[in-house]
Ligand binder design. Structure first.
Ligand code: GRF
Length: 194
């Protein structure tokens, strides 16, 4: 991989819809000296997303779209991404499904983090479903985004043990902690293969 300085870091956009703990963590990662990315844009599908405050704190350009008209919205987002020369998109709790056309434009450059050991438990309520099914393990996965929900090629996964008295809350927090370690690792891996 070529030597990265602040000037030639991969310009990255993070897409969120909610709390934004992964966004916060990716911002922290991006400002490390040896990080391969800079975060130049935050896209939110929700104007009330708590995570937007992390963009404000670091004066990162942010845009909010209500996504009522997906095609129009994606066109606008793509324009901003191209204008800002964004090279990598990290979905982090983004609750909208990107269209085929959008994915094609950034093929192989869109990553997502999902709170389960994919291919198990795609979609929502992963922790609840893992507990109901009496799973002994769960975890998180970073994968490329493809046309099928939570189904793109897996980049990295972290497995954790589910305790006997685990609740949705404790499991979610335990996995979130791992997500915050896994996402930066996966980004490094992806970019070192380019
Ligand atoms: C994370 O569990 C992520 O894996 C999933 O949505 C959650 C987002 O959390 N896709 P946060 O908004 O980053 O705190």
């Amino acid at each position: 991989m070529k030597k990265l300085t602040g000037l030639n870091k991969y310009k990255t956009a993070v897409f969120i819809s909610g709390t934004g703990s992964n966004l916060k963590n990716l911002i922290k990662f991006s400002i490390k000296k040896n990080s391969p990315i800079s975060i130049n844009l935050v896209v939110s599908s929700n104007k009330l997303a708590k995570g937007l405050k992390y963009a404000d704190n670091k004066k990162i350009h942010k845009v909010v779209f209500n996504y009522l008209k997906q095609e129009k919205t994606e066109k606008k987002i793509l324009n901003i991404l191209f204008k800002k020369k964004i090279k990598l998109i990290c979905l982090a709790g983004f609750m909208k499904i990107l269209s085929k056309n959008f994915i094609k434009k950034f093929n192989g450059k869109i990553l997502n983090i999902h709170p389960s050991l994919l291919p198990k438990y795609k979609g929502l309520n992963t922790h609840e479903r893992a507990l109901i099914n009496g799973e002994k393990f769960s975890g998180c996965t970073v994968h490329y985004v493809s046309n099928q929900l939570d189904s793109g090629k897996i980049i990295l996964q972290k497995k954790i043990k589910i305790k006997k008295n685990e609740s949705i809350f404790t499991l979610k927090n335990k996995i979130l902690k791992e997500e915050h370690k896994l996402y930066p690792k996966a980004i490094k891996r992806v970019l070192s293969n380019l």
